[in-house]
Design a protein around this ligand. Structure first.
Ligand code: ADP
Ligand code: MG
Length: 404
């Protein structure tokens, strides 16, 4: 699939033009506060490139799940000052409908200006991929750049219909995320270990089924491991277990002996009475107290992962091993992440991690720059790893084919 990158759009073609840039500023928040601005920072190379070339940059993003109407807590206004700080230049926030008045406001700006549109998901037509809505967006500018690989799996108006209507390019961050995944799936160095964890089997079934064919070692963690342990007959007590996935889990476990690949499950767990970590204790998986739930790997399980990492050449990782939001249940993930980072730095291990919460926990573990690559994309990362063609990528390739 051929797509054009921003470097294929020379700077002198950009002066005085308006470029619509799809970004993903769906930042992690807690009680109205922005927890970190990584998603903004990642787009700075693209924004600077366009702005320095003298293009007016119109940013399109979503935030939260407002489901097609205005919700004050999901307004992007709160991000415009954060972005302005990072860019060290002014950012003009634009609310209101997508129409000629808005177009007029945009065209009145100086070359190089950065403008941020209000949350695109306030418009119901975004998620229905409405082509008339996409056309009204297209009328605002000359070029389209997608710098939000993390939404490439969504057939939404600003991701799918829009680039089919104007010359479309992948931004630098989009390109980086895509090549990371290509590197992970095309001929990874072996032995290959995949770590698949997080809350639910059901959201990662496609990934599990595709990876199981490719890996030498599969480490399961989080709620996913709980479901697999339940499938092996362990009483997981109050732990998060997906009952309706037990049969599926059993099916996956049954492939293990014949294939020669290993599936690694925790042998001990840190468990507690509640998510605040009350009455924390570490027990073997067959001795979880009846009033407790498994929330993280225990020390023995962590050292088993360390041992299995010996000789491994590639690690693909999606999903936190435990309930990392409440320390110390981040310890399983943090310690394994730090070991993977150490091996990456010292022994030519290629380590690629991705996922929404995975990115947060890698930040928490302090390994963002120590892994070979970290994708901030959740669903898009998973679907691309499975080998699916994403609507946002397909739309860019359509746009590029139309131009040639
Ligand atoms: P990602 O977004 O990286 O793909 P997921 O969304 O699948 O990851 O899962 C992340 C969530 O799984 C986190 O919020 C984490 O707290 C939760 N989780 C991990 N282990 C457990 C567990 N043992 N019990 C309950 N929740 C867990
Ligand atoms: Mg998630």
């Amino acid at each position: 699939m051929v797509i054009r990158n921003l470097s294929d759009l020379p700077k002198d073609a950009l002066f005085g033009k308006t470029v619509l840039v799809r970004v993903d500023y769906n930042v992690p928040r807690k009680e109205g506060k922005v927890l970190n601005t990584f998603r903004l920072q990642k787009t700075l190379p693209t924004l600077n490139y366009l702005s320095e070339a003298g293009a007016r940059v119109v940013l399109i993003s979503h935030l939260g799940r407002p489901r097609g109407h205005y919700t004050p807590e999901d307004s992007l206004s709160l991000l415009s000052s954060l972005l302005a700080e990072l860019l060290e230049r002014e950012v003009l926030f634009l609310k209101g409908d997508i129409n000629d008045t808005l177009k007029g406001t945009i065209e009145a700006q100086k070359p190089g200006a950065i403008l941020l549109l209000e949350n695109i998901r306030f418009f119901p037509q975004e998620e229905t991929n409405d082509s008339a809505f996409a056309a009204s967006l297209a009328a605002l500018g000359d070029f389209y750049v997608n710098d939000a690989f993390s939404v490439a799996h969504r057939a939404h108006a600003s991701v799918d219909s829009l680039p089919r209507m104007m010359p479309g390019f992948a931004g630098f961050f989009f390109e980086q995320e895509m090549s990371l995944i290509e590197r992970a799936i095309e001929n990874p160095a072996r032995p290959l270990m995949a770590i698949v964890a997080g809350s639910k089997v059901s959201t990662k079934l496609g990934l599990l089924e595709s990876l199981i064919e490719k890996v030498q070692i599969l480490v399961l963690g989080g709620g996913i491991a709980n479901t697999f342990l339940a499938a092996l007959g362990y009483n997981m007590q109050k732990s998060l277990v997906e009952r309706n996935m037990i049969k599926t889990a059993r099916g996956i476990l049954e492939t293990e002996p014949a294939s020669g690949r290993r599936i690694l499950l925790p042998t001990d767990v840190a468990c507690a009475k509640d998510l605040e970590g009350r009455a924390l204790e570490v027990v073997p998986v067959d001795q979880i107290p009846s009033d407790k739930m498994a929330l993280d790997f225990g020390p023995q399980s962590i050292s088993e992962v360390f041992q299995s990492l010996q000789g491994v050449r590639t690690v693909l990782w999606n999903g936190p091993l435990g309930f990392f939001e409440t320390p110390p249940f981040d310890q399983g993930t943090v310690r394994v992440a730090q070991e993977v980072a150490r091996l990456t730095e010292q022994e030519n291990l290629i380590s690629i991690a991705g996922g929404g919460e995975t990115a947060s926990v890698m930040i928490q573990a302090g390994v963002v720059d120590k892994l070979t690559g970290l994708s901030f994309s959740g669903g898009a990362f998973l679907e691309a790893l499975e080998g699916k063609i994403l609507p946002g990528v397909e739309a860019l390739s359509f746009s590029s084919a139309k131009a040639s």
